[in-house]
Each structure stands twice: as C-alpha cells, then as structure tokens.
Design a protein around this ligand. Structure first.
Ligand SMILES: Nc1ncnc2c1ncn2[C@@H]1O[C@H](COP(=O)(O)OP(=O)(O)OP(=O)(O)O)[C@@H](O)[C@H]1O
Ligand SMILES: [Mg+2]
Length: 253
C-alpha cells in the first residue's frame, strides 16, 4: 500500500508547522503507525525538535540533487518514526536560478520511487512560497495547515488559498485540505472569534482538537524532545494524542 503523503504547510512563519510535524508524527508512531517525517526547511528546526544535534547531517538535499534515494536517508529517531533531515545543501535548491520547472518536481519523483513500507510520509515545509514549497505541492494531494488564531493569520490564510488555487488549476487536481488550530488560547476572545470565522469559511475542514498554547510546547524543542517525552500526560500531550486520533478518524469541527 502506498503511504499517505501529507504536507504540513503555511507560508506564514511561526504558526506551528514544525511543532505539529514533530508531535503529531510522534503521536501517530506511538499509536503503531509507521511514519516518515521529512524536514523540507533549510532552517532544520524539525531535526532539532526531534533531538538531532548534527547540523551537517545530509538528508532530503541529497535526494533532491539525485545523489541518493529517500530510503538511504532515513534516520530512525523514535520507534516507528524515521526522520529525513533537511541537509546543508537544501537552501541551494531554492537559490539555483536555472531549470525552475524541472526543480519543482524533484520531491514527487523521489517519493514515487520510494517503496518502503510506511503508513504516512509527512513533509514539514518552510515558511515561503518558493521552489521547496512547490516541490511539496507537486508531491502531495493532502495538506495540513496549522493556523494561529489572530487576525493576520486569517489574512495569511486567504493568501495561501490563492496560491493553492493556482496550483490546483495548473496541476488539474484538488487538494484535500485540513486545518489545525495551533497556539489556541480558549480564554482569549480573539482566539474564539477567529476560530468561529474559520469555521464559517472552512466548514468540516478543521481537525476537531485545537492545540492549546502552553509553555511546555514552547520549551520542548530546546531539549530535543517531543511533548510525550518532555511532559507525558500533560494537557499538550493529550491535545496531540487527540489530534492524531482526529486525523486518523477524519474527525472535524
Ligand atoms: N501550542 C503552542 N504553545 C506554545 N508555543 C508554541 C505552540 N506551537 C508553537 N509554539 C512555539 O512557537 C514558535 C513557532 O512554532 P513552530 O516552529 O512550530 O512554527 P513554524 O510554523 O514551523 O515556524 P517556521 O515558519 O519558522 O517554520 C516556536 O518557538 C514554538 O515552540
Ligand atoms: Mg517550521
């Protein structure tokens, strides 16, 4: 069976893409799913969040340059969970000026050639709309969009929808789009108002569990731990466990 490929994407920075990528994939792995998570961001934050200290570790950069297969870059980081690091040359893909159209299709081809036995491949995207994100959009039909509950995030979302429309037209396909409310503060009126607005525009497309804003989630990347290792049993661990169950069951609000 082909793995389900999911891009975790939002061109706006700091909305929780990497936090979602690390903790949701670990939650799924803990439930027995076999998961690969690819760090497609030259900032390498995902690898750091999962405890990888070698900043020169090769990864998806070598795959995109055609020097290695995806299978050769799989790093076992937790039980059932493999990381593909970003790699020091990933930034070059974005910077090369020649062959832009060809460079957009590198990830899709690499994933198509991959026949490892996995349930999910997640892709943690950078906060941009360049060639790397184009690679993710060509490689997958399914998008998970973390979204903070503030006014500018709403504006960013409408920009993202415009970009997706263009890709859908050019590629003649329709994305399955699901939103994750991240950094949610139920005590704040703005948080609740923004969620209500998003519900109106994206009915049935928001995963049922909002991820609440907590100090623990902000702290755990600096220890290279997911929330299940840093504060197991705490409310943020419960949020991500519930989110993983929502994701598997297609449970939305
Ligand atoms: N629910 C949360 N509660 C508290 N802090 C959070 C939460 N989610 C994310 N953060 C913190 O907010 C910051 C941005 O989160 P994260 O790195 O996941 O966003 P991102 O979308 O991947 O950012 P970038 O666009 O730079 O890749 C980080 O410092 C992270 O620890
Ligand atoms: Mg990130």
């Amino acid at each position: 069976m082909r793995p389900r490929i999911v891009a975790v994407l939002n061109q706006k920075g700091g909305v929780g893409k990497t936090t979602t990528s690390a903790n949701l994939t670990h939650a799924l792995a803990r439930m027995g799913k076999k998961v690969i998570v690819i760090d497609l961001d030259p900032q390498c934050h995902l690898a750091v969040a999962l405890g990888m200290v070698d900043s020169q570790q090769a990864g998806i950069d070598q795959v995109l340059f055609g020097h290695s297969t995806l299978a050769q870059q799989l790093l076992p980081v937790r039980e059932n969970l493999h990381l593909v690091a970003a790699g020091p040359r990933l930034q070059e893909i974005e910077q090369l000026s020649k062959g832009a159209s060809h460079r957009g299709d590198l990830l899709r081809k690499a994933l198509k050639a991959n026949d490892s036995d996995q349930d999910f491949i997640f892709i943690d995207c950078p906060p941009s709309s360049g060639i790397l994100v184009a690679n993710a959009l060509l490689a997958t039909d399914e998008l998970l969009v973390p979204m903070t509950s503030d006014f500018l995030a709403l504006q960013g979302l409408s920009h993202l929808m415009g970009t997706l429309k263009k890709f859908e037209t050019a590629l003649n396909k329709k994305y399955r789009l699901q939103l994750v409310m991240s950094r949610y503060n139920p005590a704040r009126r703005l948080s609740r108002d923004v969620l209500d607005t998003i519900k109106k525009y994206f009915p049935g497309q928001i995963l049922a569990t909002p991820i609440r804003e907590t100090a623990a989630l902000a702290e755990c990347p600096s220890f290279g731990k997911t929330i299940f290792e840093y504060r197991s049993g705490w409310r943020s661990a419960q949020d991500f466990e519930a989110l993983a169950a929502d994701f598997l069951a297609g449970r939305v609000m």
